[in-house]
Design a protein around this ligand. Structure first.
Ligand code: XMP
Length: 316
């Protein structure tokens, strides 16, 4: 395999974006994760005197982690002196996803609302180009019809022009490991290298059955518990999933019917395959105990030992 040289790759992409954009205004879709931060750095570096700085925009879909939007806004202010454009579009996403229980439908609906909104954003800032951080595994899985990743358009047979968008995807040949190499080379703060990867469709990937505000709140809380308890560098992703089932349990000494939360912690090199991480028993018990006492209505916590394949990393 050809040796990957981050510096050369970065220089090549900056040059490519400069000639691709040639004076056109650029928007960068930001999620708070490493892929989109790297994209923003590339877009910023590609800025020439003849065009203005790229506009970073985050869609608050209502499906993001606790404080994710706020912390990303602060980062843009501090690091770049740039105001991250926050679009509060929770209602659009949640009403479109209302009543939807089939995983593939959830992802496709999310994709539709996301790009319709981004098209609107481009028009409102008089921009033409959308830079986004789609990576190689997203494309491979979509093409193989394992799952439709919301951020894959052309390879799924969709013309971004349908939404009034010209796309530039500088990371589409790379795995997450390589994106992290770029981040190091760009001196992006190590905090971003430690952030747990989070799916673009957010908690829509981690709630089976219907997505409601109440259920999002539960999984958001459980996620902050799980993430705060995990630190091993061997862990690629560790997160909870809220099941649709309501099962029998006991709460405050009386019979109760409540939620089941699964914990999934995986090791992987390229996300195309993965194995369940062998968490020390005391750790998993501590996580379970915290979820059972801190997430209202949870009566059961289970640990997922499924490899990928046949399981995928996310449940949806
Ligand atoms: P799966 O569930 O496909 O996850 O085994 C592989 C990696 O991709 C992330 N993931 C997604 N990312 N849109 C995304 O942008 C999605 O629909 C999506 N589904 C999964 C997942 O978190 C893991 O890192």
């Amino acid at each position: 395999m050809e040796r990957f040289e981050p510096r050369k790759f970065i220089a090549r992409k900056i040059q490519a974006l400069r000639s691709f954009a040639s004076g056109k205004r650029i928007i960068v879709a930001v999620s708070g994760g490493i892929d989109s931060i790297v994209c923003f750095e590339l877009a910023l570096a590609a800025t020439t005197k003849s065009n203005e700085k790229p506009i970073p925009i985050i869609l608050d879909t209502g499906l993001l982690r606790l404080n994710e939007v706020k912390e990303t806004e602060e980062y843009f202010r501090k690091q770049y002196g740039i105001e991250l454009q926050k679009w509060e579009v929770q209602d659009r996403f949640l009403s479109a996803l209302k009543g939807i229980i089939i995983p593939e439908e959830k992802r496709k609906i999310f994709r539709e609302v996301f790009y319709r909104t981004m098209g609107q954003a481009l028009r409102s800032y008089s921009a033409e180009i959308l830079v986004q951080g789609t990576i190689l595994p997203n494309i491979i899985e979509t093409q193989k019809e394992i799952k439709t990743h919301f951020n894959v358009l052309q390879e799924a047979g969709i013309d971004p022009q349908n939404y009034g968008i010209i796309l530039f995807e500088p990371l589409k040949e790379l795995t997450k490991t390589r994106v992290r190499m770029l981040a190091r080379s760009l001196s992006i703060p190590p905090k971003f290298l430690r952030i747990q990867p989070f799916p673009g469709i957010g908690f829509a990937a981690r709630i089976t059955g219907e997505i409601t505000i109440d259920r999002i709140e539960k999984i958001r809380l459980a996620t902050s518990i799980v993430e705060s308890e995990l630190s091993s560098p061997k862990i690629f992703q560790g997160f909870p999933v809220l099941f649709v089932d309501r099962v029998t349990g006991i709460q405050n000494n009386v019979a109760a019917v409540g939620d089941v939360i699964a914990i999934r912690i995986v090791e992987t090199k390229d996300t195309l395959t993965a194995k369940s991480y062998r968490v020390p028993w005391v750790k998993i018990e501590k996580i379970a105990k915290r979820i059972l006492s801190e997430v209202p209505g949870t009566v059961r916590v289970v640990y997922d030992v499924t490899p990928k394949p046949p399981g995928t990393i996310e449940f949806v």
